[in-house]
Design a protein around this ligand. Structure first.
Ligand SMILES: [Zn+2]
Length: 294
């Protein structure tokens, strides 16, 4: 009886998340591109997780990079759209018209890939610095049966990836081991932060989507990251399922618009003391120090 009660409790507090991977790699510029791509796919397969990749044409280049993205579709992951040019919609010099052209261009190129789906991930999670631009893109997406590939858990894998590349170059195995622990702690911390913010703003724990990139640190540590999340009570669900949470169909009311959907809602609600979401080096110093890396 006691065991069942515990099960029930655990279920009540179960937090679920899906993984999403942005950008993709270009083998013409990154000699490790296929190794990294294959390693991430292998770890997802070993862990029985179906995710979504959001390639941007400028990041993957031509034929070879597209072949790597094709592998995601063949492996049963969804392929979304992350635009052709990877522009920041909050920049003054990026017009809604040009921005939409860049989405359309990517659509034309990516739609031939298996498991391609009309889900759009905004580069930098920026959804517009004016109501006109913001709403013009929302309207275009809606008219073209696009869903928004929103993110609930924003994190800084790109920051930890830079450190990974440096330590790997130096073949500093001790530092790499410390970095793995720091990276896992960072992702868990970000997930708990956004889950708490969701409980505050939405009054529930949503089907989370974590933002990662196709990069070296995930190729090296993804399986350990997944195991750590499972040990901390997180359940992995497919990206397809997570994105069905109505949370991701909401349009931002803010100017500038964008960021984590939970952060965005909390901002609209006037919840104060929100940490600026584009996490960066200053935020990570304590975590690095705790793991002997600063
Ligand atoms: Zn991106």
């Amino acid at each position: 009886m006691l065991i069942c009660l515990l099960c029930f409790n655990a279920h009540l507090h179960a937090k679920s998340l899906a993984l999403s991977f942005d950008d993709g790699l270009n083998p013409a510029f990154n000699a490790q591109a296929s190794t990294i791509n294959a390693s991430i796919l292998r770890q997802l397969k070993d862990k029985h997780i179906k995710s979504i990749v959001f390639p941007s044409l400028i990041k993957i280049g031509d034929y070879q990079g597209k072949q790597l993205i094709r592998d995601w579709g063949i492996s049963g992951h969804l392929i979304g759209n992350h635009s052709a040019l990877h522009q920041n919609l909050n920049k003054e010099n990026v017009s809604a018209k040009d921005y939409i052209k860049s989405i359309e261009h990517a659509d034309t190129v990516l739609k031939t890939l298996p498991n391609y789906t009309r889900i759009y991930r905004y580069p930098f999670l920026k959804e517009g610095n004016s109501a006109e631009k913001r709403d013009a893109v929302y309207q275009w997406l809606e008219q073209h049966q696009y869903r928004i590939g929103g993110v609930s858990i924003d994190a800084s894998d790109w920051f930890y990836n830079q450190k990974y590349i440096n330590y790997a170059k130096q073949q500093d195995l001790d530092k790499l081991q410390q970095l793995k622990q720091a990276y896992i702690a960072h992702l868990l911390n970000r997930a708990e932060y956004y889950d708490k913010l969701a409980q505050l703003s939405l009054k529930r724990s949503p089907q989370h989507v974590l933002l990662l990139h196709v990069n070296a640190i995930n190729a090296a540590f993804l399986k350990d990251v997944i195991t750590a999340f499972q040990q901390h009570g997180w359940t992995f669900i497919s990206a397809e399922r997570a994105l069905q949470d109505p949370l991701y169909a909401l349009h931002s009311q803010n100017i500038p618009a964008g960021e984590s959907v939970i952060w965005s809602i909390a901002k609209t609600q006037g919840i104060t003391q929100l940490r600026y979401p584009a996490e960066d080096a200053p935020y990570e110093i304590d975590n690095l120090k705790q793991h002997g890396l600063h």
